[in-house]
Ligand binder design. Sequence first.
Ligand code: GLN
Length: 209
Amino acid sequence: MAGSAGAAPLIGVLALQGGFDAHQRRLARLGADSRRVRTGRDLEELDGLILPGGESTTMSLGIEREGLADPLRDLARAGVPVLGTCAGLIMLDRDHLDLMDLRAQRNAFGTQLESFEADLALEGVEGAPLHAVFIRAPWIAEYGPDVRVLAAMDGHPVAARQGDLLAVAFHPELSDDDRVHRLLLDAIAARRDGGGPDPDRDRAERAQA
Ligand code: GLN
């Protein structure tokens, strides 16, 4: 945990390639601190992580070049909430970081020319449908029993959750709607309020045992 209770959470945004800037601006608007992640050291003390959209092959090569695959896996497996958007969803799948039990189909909705916007009902998000921007978006072609599908488009899953790992095929940082980023911040807050590991509390409990 980066700070004590009440401090702004610190979210890392993978910044090897792709749309990390817009995510950082959105986090700032929501009162969260953010840090660009380019090396393993940038992962220290993060409360949450965003894997942005971009180009999945380039991003994947960058992760390999920087030796980031294992540190990213360790962070997520330690329970730090993660949001993957578009190419970031692809990074979470079985063929890449293998953090979510799903397989993404790249460019599933077509090529660059076939980018589109749609209103989407997202489970766990209250109120009006979410305005979602899809850019050469993937969809989720297969998923295992631990994955909960949160939204579908034309019958294909485009948003899913597995514990505190969230994946969306669209770009929530590009629409004027904070609710997907809020899901990440809510997961971080829930973990801080007692769900996840807390070194201070764990030490205190050991002392009492
Ligand atoms: N289709 C792209 C890819 O496979 C992802 C597009 C995006 O992130 N906007 O890399």
